[in-house]
Design a protein around this ligand. Sequence first.
Ligand code: URP
Ligand code: ZN
Ligand code: ZN
Length: 478
Amino acid sequence: MRERLDLIIRGGTLVTASDRYRADLGVKDGRIVEIAAALSDADEVIDATGLLVLPGGIDAHVHLAQPTSDGTVMADDFETGTRSAAAGGNTTVLPFAMQQKGSSLRDCVQDYHSKAEGQCYTDISFHLVISDPTPQVLGQELPALVRDGYTSFKVFMTYDDLVLNDAELLEVFDVARRERALVMVHAEGHDAIKYMTQRLEDEGKTAPYYHAEAHHQAAEREATHRAISHAQMTDVPVMIVHVSGRDPMEQIQWAQRRGMKVHAETCPQYIVLTRDDLKGLNMDFEGAKYVCSPPPRDSDSQAAIWEGLRDGTFDVFSSDHCPFYFDGPENTGKDNPKARTSFKWVPNGIPGVETRLPILFSEGVSKGRISLERFVALTSTNPAKLYGLYPQKGALVIGADADITLWDPTKTAVISQDKLHHGCDYTPYEGMRITGWPTRTILRGETIVLNGGIVAKMGVGTYQTRGTSAALDTLGGN
Ligand code: URP
Ligand code: ZN
Ligand code: ZN
């Protein structure tokens, strides 16, 4: 006879990346141990009748507690950021450990561990950001860190304090191939953006809206193609992150059609916002609330992104949660005196970790644009596979962590700042009507959020060491 279960989730519809079916799910010691038509004998039974039983959301692109060079303060630390993530149906998030130029990568990782230790409501795991690819970093620190389970890192093709030139990018890509890590690329052409910024400023065009003109889609298209070419030359898979529109997406499809291992991520801001949101009210500073890079584009790009979400061009749908206060204490938010002089000083990034799943479900599944299975693939299973967490995470299979989100597909809600759990003082999605909302988030068998209320103690979330990305499973890359 089998041991008594800790938990049964009874009567729900289990949804995976490939399937949906009615079953009960049994949990013991934090893991899924049984899936069957009818289970009994457990300490706790959750009635999931009428609900979807989903693998917990994995948000593979969030920024928490990142220091900035200009004194603006990130509105979420690990406590508030993971609390917000959990309330939005996520059980794992992947923030960045961002190397500062001149600093050791290993010290930077230790720093982020100290900030996160005991503070998390969801599980976490760090991507690295390589901003200073010195021989010491590329020859020693990075290979050692990849072997220690930091199996993905991001590089930037823009931002003064982060940009790598082509030779540096190629060097980093070579290390990724050698060490079997996944490179994530922020693809926007730095020189073009700088030139456009100066031209707009010379014309007196300094309102937040002009951020969207300076960060032209052509600059993203050009950099996307350049990153793909670098990946081809170094024969390594890449992940192009936060793809904003049709033009860069077509470059990715061009590469994918040729059999190249080019993976792609997109985000909520590219399906529900447009550059017009940056106009605020009559080109005023409210537009700063939508400043992120790449910026939202137009309705044609939104339509293209939906095609890409449907047809598999995109593997991953992340939030790119990068929260800055709008007001903020003592000029630490987007609305600071310097930012008022030019869009180029407005901190780039918007909050969204809590609203990612509801927005994609409502706009995608409820409106019939994507299937339930595709929703699960984009938001949980694919990120788990591509970032080395599968099948412990992202799957409803025997032996997996019991990371589960119960989802009410009929529940309606209006997104509003006063109901969110993040540390930020606004949401760019204020007033959006949503159909479909998470009702319970379960981390390794423990309920952490119930009907919007946090019921777990801070510190339940733990650090997850990751394996190799599925993108590198087969020999060769591009
Ligand atoms: O504007 C954005 N997306 N800021 C976050 C940093 C990044 O590039 O992902
Ligand atoms: Zn980026
Ligand atoms: Zn980001």
